[in-house]
Design a protein around this ligand. Structure first.
Ligand code: GTR
Length: 393
């Protein structure tokens, strides 16, 4: 208990910069054997090392694709978005070790895409949704903030969505249904047992598997994104699966883009509280409650796992719970790996500016005025960034 106290320093929550205590980040480019990564080639071994650390200490281990997988078109509406788009619903069927599991996703693509024509397949934004299908796509106020399909279609993008709850229910009985049917876990889970975030991210990768078979989708240009808890899982999905062409974190905060060692806003001890979200993470993560200094990683390393692929981190001014500054700084520290690959970096000491998006060749960032939300404004910035990455022919 003494060590715990000593390492923790301040134990109350803070939203004041002056109360952030000095900390040292674990070195991103130093391998476990002490050697320093100096080239893009050498980064690969370090990347593998870090992936394993995040599995063991934070998100848990989860097998990759199922032994067998197929998907089926369940319905199609060619008159979506005032006749400008086609909306399809699919079911993905998975099988491993004699066990089965299925979940659904929706895909909306602009009408008139001719998959037979060269370069005509569309880039797609894939949203990991914490809202149900019933709510999304039918309620104007929700779609305007969470999933503005009209805007995406108008700007020439396809978009897809699946619901977290189908992979792993977002409540304390999380392991009753969903992916656990395919990958059962003991109760209590082992120290490195997977949690909700890993399960949701796994779902994103399976949807991407399907995209590789859907002619209208350009599977090399798929942006995975999520808001808040969905943003945490989008980052982990994008870190694990290097087929994602763009990874976007919207207000993901603690366990997402924010540096844990800053202990600003939500902390590990708070997010893991019994009545909150311990089931999102591996049980091992509990060891770092008020003991962030003992973590072998910090979240800048998660962001670096996406490198050199495009990465976007966004925050909102009033969302102090998610630590906007810690989110930006993690991105800037991660940018060292982009520099190693010959891309532009960001300065961690650069002061945050409201409504002044940063776009380098591979990195994006903005601080939107307002609350914890995925808003149309956020989407507009993401689409602008995608336009810049993937100019239309
Ligand atoms: C909060 C949680 C955050 C964030 C948020 C959300 O209650 O503390 O980490 O994930 O929920 O998902 O909206």
């Amino acid at each position: 208990a003494e060590i715990k106290q000593a390492e923790a320093g301040r134990t109350h929550l803070t939203f004041r910069e002056a109360e952030v205590e000095p900390y040292e980040l674990p070195p991103l480019l130093k391998r476990a054997d002490g050697t320093v990564v100096e080239t893009a080639d050498e980064w690969q071994a370090r990347r593998a090392e870090l992936l394993t650390l995040f599995e063991e200490h934070v998100y848990g281990r989860l097998p990759g694709p199922p032994e067998e997988m197929s998907f089926e078109l369940l319905s199609e509406d060619m008159s979506a978005v005032d006749g400008k788009a086609t909306r399809r619903k699919y079911r993905i069927d998975c099988q491993s070790g004699g066990r089965t599991f299925d979940f659904e996703f929706h895909l909306v693509i602009p009408n008139g895409v001719d998959p037979k024509k060269v370069d005509s397949a569309v880039p797609v934004f894939l949203l990991i949704s914490h809202r149900s299908f019933k709510e999304v796509g039918r309620k104007k106020p929700i779609d305007d903030v969470l999933w503005p399909v009209d805007l995406l279609i108008e700007r020439g993008y396809g978009t897809a969505i699946f619901v977290e709850n189908q992979l792993s229910p977002d409540n304390r009985t999380a392991f009753d249904s969903g992916l656990v049917e395919l990958h059962p876990q003991s109760d209590p889970r082992p120290a490195d047992g997977w949690g909700g975030l890993a399960a949701w991210g796994w779902g994103a990768s399976r949807v991407l598997d399907c995209f590789e078979e859907i002619d209208e989708v350009d599977a090399s240009k798929v942006a995975v994104l999520g808001h808040s808890r969905g943003g945490k899982s989008a980052l982990w999905a994008g870190a694990r699966d290097d087929r994602f062409g763009l990874v976007i974190s919207n207000n993901s905060g603690c366990g997402g883009a924010a540096l844990s060692r800053r202990r600003f806003g939500e902390t590990i001890a708070v997010i893991l509280r019994e009545d909150r979200f311990p089931y999102w993470f591996a049980p091992k993560f509990q060891d770092y409650k008020d003991r962030e200094a003992g973590l072998p990683i910090d979240q800048h390393m998660l962001l670096a796992l996406v490198a050199p692929r495009p990465l976007y981190v966004a925050s909102a001014t009033e969302d102090l719970w998610a630590d906007p500054k810690g989110e930006y700084q993690a991105l800037a520290h991660a940018s060292k790996v982009y520099e190693l690959h010959g891309h532009d970096g960001l300065d961690p000491e650069r002061p945050l500016r409201v409504s002044d998006p940063i776009q380098t060749d591979r990195l994006g960032h903005h601080l939107r005025p307002g609350k914890h939300d995925l808003s149309r404004k956020d989407w507009t910035h993401y689409i602008d960034f995608a336009d810049h990455l993937w100019p239309k022919p």
